[in-house]
Structure formats: C-alpha cells, structure tokens
Ligand binder design. Structure first.
Ligand code: HEC
Length: 424
C-alpha cells in the first residue's frame, strides 16, 4: 500500500497560530471514516484501509490491528486512543495496545469518559458496553432497542448519551436505571455531541438539532435541505460545532448564540465522514472519500483574523448581513481572503479579482488547469463559475465543486465581491 506524506505542517498542530496553514495529511489507502485529536493536538485518523494513522511530528505512525474498516475513534483526556471497527472490535492503543473486547456487530461509536477511566462503545448489534480501563469486567447497558450509531459522555461524566438507527437519542444515568429517551427523531440519528446542558445531533434525513440535555426540549434547529448528516465535532474553547454531511458540506455553528457561522463545500467529491477540531479550535480537520485529511484554519472567535479583511465581518451574525456578503462569509471566506498580500487560506486571495487573469496571484500555487487557463475574471465569468460549478467550468481545478443555484444569490455575491475585492 502506497503511503507517504506530501504536505505536513506540524506547526499548525502544535497550535502555533502564526504558522497556521491549510494542510493535507496523505497516506491512507482508503477513505477516512473518523478523526480524533488528542489534548496535545495529535491527530488520529481511522480509515477504510483497516488502519489508524497517528499524525505526530511529520511522519504518520500506522496502528495495525483491526481486521476491517476502522470507523469509530476517540481520544481520552490523557491521550488514551480508542477505536472501533467493522470487525466488531474495540481496541485501545498506546504503550500497551490491546483488544478491549468484541461486539456482535459493527462498532459505530466509541467515547472515553472525561476522567479517562471508562470507554463506551455502541454497536449495530444493538448493545452499548462500558470497558473500565483498569481491566475490570465490562458492563453492558440496558439495550437501546436498535443499532447504536454514536455514544458520548456528558462533560461531568455522569451520563452517557447514545443515538440509534431507530431515531432515538437516549440518556443513560451511569449510576444505574433505565435509559430516558430524549428525542424521537423518526429517522436514524448518525452522530451526537454533548456540551454543557445540551445535546446536538445529526440524522439521516438531514435533521440537525440541539436539545436540552435533561428534558430533551428543543434549543435550536439547523436543519438544511441536505442529507444525511454524517459527522460532528465540538470545541469547548471556541464554542463551535462543525457538522459534515453527505453532500460534502461543512456547517460551523456558534453555540453562544446558536447561529450558523460558516457553511461551505469542503470536499471535491463525496461526503464528509469525519470531523475534529484542534485543541484550541483554530483548525478543523475533515475526512471523507478522498483518502486524505484536510485541515482548515477556521479562525478563533475571540481573535482578529486579518485574512478576513479589515473589518470583523466574521464576528457578525451572518443572518443580519446583506445577502451578497452572507453568501461570501458562509460559502467562500473559509478559503479566500479579500485583502491584498499573501494569504494562508486554501485558495488564493480574491483581492483585485475583477479584470484579473485566472491563476495569476503571485506566490499562490495553483493547479495547472488554472495557471494555463485563459479566463479573465469578470462578473460574467464568476457567475458562470458558480452557475456551472468549478468542476464543469474549469475541470481539473483544485476548487471544490460548488454550485450556487439561485441566480439572485450569484448576482448578490458578485455585487458584494465587486466592492469587497477593491479595498486595501
Ligand atoms: C474549500 C475551499 C474553497 C471554497 C469554499 C471556495 N474556493 Fe474558490 N478556490 C479554492 C481554491 C483551492 C482555488 C484555486 C484553484 C486552482 O488552483 O485550481 C480557488 C480559486 C478560485 C477563483 C479563481 C481565482 C484566481 O486567482 O484565478 C475564484 C474566482 C474563486 N475561487 C472564487 C470563489 C468564491 C466566490 C467562492 C464562494 C462562493 C469560493 N471560491 C469558494 C478554494 C475554495
């Protein structure tokens, strides 16, 4: 199996904000099904190729042991790494790697308790098991009534939440007793995140909801018309949730005001199966069909990101922005700066875009397609780019496929860009 590292910038992982870069972790021989980040910023990836990649110090370490695709992965507070796979196994890695145990079906979710004592695993066999890391006997929780898709501890470690293929979100009191159904979604719930007092979940039908962690009362509904939701990640420091879906989009939510901060097409092809934030929340790692982990600097809530231009647009509520600006902030700003000068984002700065020949920002490493293109960017060509999508308009481009279906949205975006790309 060909495994190599193409680009790896350890600085971003070490949390050096000044050196944040868009990075790509290459080497897996199959799609990425799960990503977890340790408290130290070490990235671990779970893959269809049966292996787990540990991306520290520039060279991936391959953890082998699973006999089928690895789909579930979690770090504990002291760097305990736990995985679950299609081989029904739950494995613990580290100095003394071992098999914690087996389910009778695929393991779809694993979690480590906040104090690092306990591993929870949920399986399509309809069981949830608790594995004490001191080696004492495993415990099986009362059955959730259907295949388990995900499990998560609450921050206090007193409750375990589970989501099932029958659409239930259940709350287990770890002191004992029968589980309480918190939500009956009606469609399978693929993933969940538990914060202080809330549970966020994503479902097969695209349902993306936040409910009260005790009563199940709805706090917010971010359901868009895409489906299904496949991955979620949370960073407590920035208070942000990332949601990945089957159409390759990532939506970033702010939990302080419960609003959408970003919503962008993240993969060139296929779904977003895996998401994880760096410990300080400044980098978002994503994986899917493409065998690589993409890592974006997402900017911190409480710090000024000069890449965003000279205002603090990214701190404002996109809902209250004029439509053109909102289109840019949500769909483009993750990858494109508007200010002149070199940008550390994944795409070239759009400063001075109109009238400029494609592929000509100095120091930006374009695809050959764009470098060799004879397109000049005008209102008309930018409109065509997002009417047809980059994959049709400039096939071979590095820009992820993204169509903006509404002619009005494209018009508003272009009007906004005509002004915003002129400033200095
Ligand atoms: C996930 C990252 C990403 C997103 C989101 C994204 N782009 Fe891009 N964009 C790129 C990359 C990467 C390139 C360079 C493509 C190449 O070299 O083939 C690019 C190139 C471009 C170019 C050509 C620039 C030049 O100098 O020739 C334009 C115009 C552009 N993008 C506009 C947009 C707009 C407008 C949006 C929002 C609707 C957007 N992009 C969303 C990554 C992205």
């Amino acid at each position: 199996m060909l495994r190599y590292v193409l680009t790896f910038l350890a600085a971003a992982l070490a949390g050096d904000l000044s050196a944040q870069e868009f990075e790509t972790l290459k080497g897996h021989g199959g799609p990425i099904m799960g990503i977890a980040v340790s408290p130290d910023g070490e990235v671990a990836s779970a893959s269809f190729d049966n292996s787990v990649g540990l991306w520290a110090g520039g060279t991936p370490v391959w953890l082998e042991g699973h006999e089928a695709a690895v789909t579930a992965i979690a770090f504990g507070p002291n760097g305990e790494l736990v995985t679950g796979g299609d081989d029904f196994a739950v494995r613990l890695w580290g100095r003394a790697p071992r098999l914690l145990g087996q389910h009778q079906g695929k393991v779809a979710g694993v979690a480590v308790s906040p104090n690092g004592d306990l591993v929870a695993s949920g399986s399509w066999d309809g069981t949830i098991r608790l594995w004490p890391l001191d080696g004492s006997a495993a415990q099986t929780l009362p059955p959730p009534g259907a295949g388990v898709n995900d499990v998560a501890f609450d921050p206090g470690g007193e409750h375990l939440y589970a989501s099932t293929s029958a659409g239930l979100v259940l709350r287990y009191d770890l002191a004992g007793g029968t589980p309480a159904p918190l939500a009956r979604h009606g469609f399978g719930v693929n993933c969940l995140i538990v914060g202080e007092g809330w549970v966020a979940y994503g479902a097969v039908d695209g349902g993306t909801r936040v409910i009260d962690a005790e009563s199940g009362a709805q706090i917010a509904d971010f359901t868009l018309d895409r489906r299904p939701v496949l991955a979620m990640a949370y960073n407590a420091q920035t208070g942000r949730i990332a949601v990945g879906d089957g159409h390759g989009y990532i939506m970033v939510l702010d939990t302080a005001e419960w609003r959408i901060v970003q919503d962008f097409r993240a993969t060139r092809q296929g779904p977003v199966w895996a998401l994880a934030f760096s410990p300080d929340g400044s980098v978002l790692h994503a994986g899917g069909l493409e065998d690589v982990v993409y890592s974006w600097p997402v900017g911190l809530l409480d710090s000024f990101d000069p890449e965003m231009g000279n205002d603090r647009t990214f701190l404002r509520n996109a809902d209250s922005m004029p439509n053109g600006e909102r289109q840019f902030v949500r769909k483009c700003s993750i990858c494109h700066a508007l200010s002149p000068g070199p940008s550390r984002k994944a795409g070239p700065t759009l400063h001075g875009l109109f009238g400029r020949a494609a592929g000509t920002v100095p120091d930006y490493s374009y695809s050959d397609t764009l470098t060799g293109s004879d397109i000049v960017w005008t209102a008309e060509t930018v409109d065509r780019l997002f009417d047809q999508g980059p994959d049709h308009y400039i096939p071979g481009s590095k820009m992820p496929m993204q169509v903006i279906a509404g002619a009005g949205d494209r018009e508003d975006l272009i009007k906004y860009l005509e002004t915003a790309t002129k400033g200095d």
